[in-house]
Design a protein around this ligand. Structure first.
Ligand SMILES: O=C(O)C1=C[C@@H](OP(=O)(O)O)[C@@H](O)[C@H](O)C1
Ligand SMILES: C=C(OP(=O)(O)O)C(=O)O
Length: 424
């Protein structure tokens, strides 16, 4: 797709938080009674969660106004005589949140996935399955993964530096067991902000989890999820692309951002400000305008999804930007540290990768030309927002990757003044 923009100018309403969307749908599916989950921006990942919940017997009705969906969810999973096929698509959250619940449902389930998903880590769950005598069979060393067994209450221990999604997955399931459990981490938990989202969502559905010292949780058993009506807040991870665009060139207004949100990627506000950005935050609206930027050192352990767009931004900041504690960013839809290094170098940027960091020296003029999205939505979007900063048009190969989390992205790109043209 050929992308051009002279400047960014306009306002958009950001899509709903993908993370909160998954969580509310799962909690609704576990509740007795009927819940509504409103204001959801559909995406391939959200559809993967819906598809597996339905395969496990949860009844879900969808209403849409064309942009947002309201899901009416009648909670309760059923038992099936045959193996239940659970297609997680490319969604790591879906796979890691729903594997423990699929076992808990009592069914034999067969999880499949595409793209990078089969390569992304699942080891902590294999260790737990072994410890709990849960039968599992991996084809090709990973997915398809067939699993069947019974979880027992007790002590669950996992590493905290691989993915917080394993902790979230267990936090959804453990309150349903017949006794109390503890969940502990062998290392400090990274992406910890995502666990705050899980705990908030559990609390909203009537589930109590007590935080213990040293990255541990106490989970009382025999709890019940409460049905209700929930509206999903706006997504700071997606707003980050447009706030960066506006900071680079022009003026962009993002609406629908909950000021008291606990999303880890709300850090985009403080990180942009630390780099010198002009941001105006009023209620649920954030406005970003052309700013003169300087490099910073940023610990990204708790906001890994911001790394691609921060790397893009840093090419236009004076001096050195150092994004560290980023090893896990290699374990996403692609190796994002490598992908951003390769693609930004194609544009003329000075960027180097180490095993767990990126170092970018700016400010460099960017040439434009051909770049590749690595089948990764966040790489596609991070490169796209550089369109107004490049000397010639950007030819982005793999622009369709945005479907994973933000199908409206190219419409918003045009609303904000960009133009995109499919290449012949
Ligand atoms: O819990 C979540 O909603 C997510 C957790 C993060 O993953 P890790 O915990 O693997 O870093 C993040 O990268 C992902 O996009 C969404
Ligand atoms: C890594 C991501 O999602 P997931 O882990 O759910 O695939 C993402 O959205 O950037």
């Amino acid at each position: 797709m050929e992308l051009t923009a002279n400047t960014w100018d306009g306002a958009i309403r950001v899509p709903s938080s993908k993370s909160m969307g998954h969580r509310h749908l799962i909690c609704a599916a576990l509740s007795r009674g009927t819940s509504t989950v409103q204001g959801v921006s559909p995406s391939q990942d959200i559809e993967a969660t819906l598809r597996i919940l339905q395969a496990l017997g949860v009844r879900i009705h969808t209403d849409t106004d064309g942009t947002h969906c309201t899901y009416t969810v009648t909670g309760g999973m059923r038992s099936f005589a045959d193996t239940v096929l659970c297609d997680a698509g490319e969604s790591g959250s879906t796979l890691r949140f729903l594997l423990p619940l699929a076992v808990w449902s009592g069914n034999t389930t067969r999880f499949i996935g595409r793209g990078r998903l089969p390569e992304r880590p699942l080891q902590p769950y294999y260790s737990i399955f072994q410890a709990q005598h849960i039968a599992f069979h991996r084809e090709n060393g990973s997915l398809p993964l067939t699993v069947h067994g019974v979880f027992h209450p007790g002590t669950y221990v996992l590493p905290g530096n691989m993915s917080s999604q394993f902790f979230s997955g267990l936090l959804f399931m453990l309150p349903l067991l017949r006794g109390n459990s503890e969940l502990r981490s062998t290392t400090p938990i990274e992406s910890a902000g995502y666990l705050a989202l899980t705990l908030d969502c559990l609390a909203a559905h009537g589930i109590e989890v007590q935080r213990q010292a040293e990255d541990g949780y106490f989970i009382r058993g025999e709890q019940s999820y409460r049905a209700g009506s929930y509206t999903v807040e706006g997504d700071y991870s997606q707003a980050a692309f447009w706030l960066v665009a506006g900071t680079l060139q022009g003026r962009v207004v993002c609406k629908g951002l909950q000021p008291r949100s606990r999303q880890g990627d709300k850090a985009i506000i403080s990180l942009l400000q630390a780099m010198g950005a002009n941001l105006h935050v009023v209620g649920d609206t954030v406005r970003a305008e052309t700013s003169s930027l300087h490099g910073i050192a940023a610990d990204v352990a708790d906001c890994p999804d911001l790394v691609p767009v921060l790397a893009a931004l840093a090419t236009q900041a004076q001096g050195v930007t150092y994004l560290y504690h980023a090893a896990r960013v290699r374990l996403k839809e692609c190796d994002r540290l490598h992908a951003m290094t390769v693609e930004l170098q194609k544009l003329g940027a000075h960027i180097e990768e180490t095993p767990d960091s990126l170092r970018i020296v700016g400010k460099t003029s960017l040439r434009g030309g051909r770049v590749y999205a690595w089948r990764d939505h966040r790489i596609a979007m991070a490169l796209a927002v550089l369109a107004a900063s490049c000397e010639t048009p950007l030819q982005l190969e793999g622009a369709e990757a945005v479907q994973k989390s933000y199908p409206q992205f190219w419409q918003d790109f045009q609303t904000l003044g960009g133009s995109c043209r499919q290449e012949a």
